[in-house]
Design a binder for this molecule. Structure first.
Ligand code: FES
Length: 112
């Protein structure tokens, strides 16, 4: 799956944005973030129970913008590698998904 997500400059430091593509068995939910100047993307599924991390659209960071936060049971994840650092899935990771910048656009290169 190769898709244009948004312009890279629309993603400010310490923010994230969710995307959903397809439906049913083909449904894919992911989010992209910018943290420490780096842009990364993860599947939007908590390793604890598989639910989306956010409740309010695009609210993936905690209030300090230090960690990603699962709103279901409060797991916290490092933005740099998706590792859970607190909560019920401690030691597990968000699933990264490949994203790159091309001509100022964020491009998803997801093999699924
Ligand atoms: S579903 Fe994310 S912490 Fe439980």
């Amino acid at each position: 799956m190769r898709r244009r997500l948004c312009r890279a400059d629309e993603l400010a430091e310490g923010t994230a944005r969710g995307f959903v593509f397809g439906a049913g068995a083909e449904r894919r939910a992911l989010f992209v973030l910018r943290h420490g100047g780096a842009i990364r993307a993860y599947r939007n599924a908590c390793p604890h129970q598989g639910t989306p991390l956010e409740i309010v659209p695009d609210q993936f960071f905690d209030s300090a913008r230090r960690h990603l936060l699962c709103r279901t049971h409060g797991a916290r994840f490092r933005p740099s590698d998706g590792a859970c650092v607190a909560g019920p899935c401690l030691g597990r990771n968000l699933t990264p998904t490949p994203v790159r910048v091309e001509d100022g656009l964020l491009i998803l290169d997801d093999p699924d």
